[in-house]
Write a new protein. Structure first.
Length: 201
């Protein structure tokens, strides 16, 4: 007999492990919007999301470290709070990064709480989409690109209407022909009956 409770417990454990792993990998327990503010206030002097500045590009850094170095967010917390201390402890990768970027000293951030760092990492993992810029006047290039699109749409609509009108005219002509044929048959029948009636007189 299959114990459904046993399978139910195993299923719950598997789901729990999956959720905790994905949360630690992708840094989703942070707030990306708050992380964006903290990133701009503390990191943009040396870092950007999508390109190297003084230090490396930081977009996807959590997943990159996990896949390339086997390091988790705990390592990033140590590095961000006090990279000097981490290097002094003999951490191999911390010293490799220091050498790779010409021994440029990264600022330490002991003032950042773990939650702040989680928010920054959430921002680097999943930056919020930029809000669309609201403008009252269209940019010069926008009108130029919008005009051909409108012209194409207008042409398609006009051609479609002409095709429908042509089809309707053709149907009307055919109906007229059919009506004429029917009328001519009726008239010929009427004439024949008249001829018969006259001949009978």
């Amino acid at each position: 007999m299959i114990s459904w409770r046993k399978h139910y417990k195993k299923g719950l454990i598997a789901i729990g492990l999956l959720l905790s792993t994905s949360a630690s990998i992708y840094g989703q327990d942070g707030d990306p919007k708050n992380g964006e503010k903290l990133f701009k206030a503390n990191c943009t002097a040396c870092h950007a999301l999508d390109k190297q500045v003084v230090g490396p590009a930081l977009k996807g850094v959590v997943e990159r470290l996990k896949s390339e170095q086997g390091l988790d967010t705990a390592w990033l917390h140590k590095w961000i709070k006090n990279n000097k201390e981490l290097r002094a402890s003999g951490d191999k990768y911390a010293n490799e990064v220091f050498e790779k970027f010409n021994k440029t000293e990264m600022q330490v951030f002991p003032n950042l709480a773990d939650k702040d760092i989680d928010d920054i990492l959430a921002y680097t993992t999943n930056p919020p989409a930029p809000e669309p810029v609201k403008t009252t006047e269209a940019a010069p290039g926008t009108e130029a690109t919008a005009a051909p699109a409108n012209n194409t749409t207008s042409s398609i609509v006009i051609i479609s209407l002409l095709a429908i009108a042509g089809l309707l005219v053709w149907i009307l002509l055919k109906l007229r022909q059919l009506v004429k044929m029917g009328q001519s048959e009726e008239l010929s029948g009427l004439n024949e009956s008249r001829v018969k009636s006259f001949s009978e007189i």
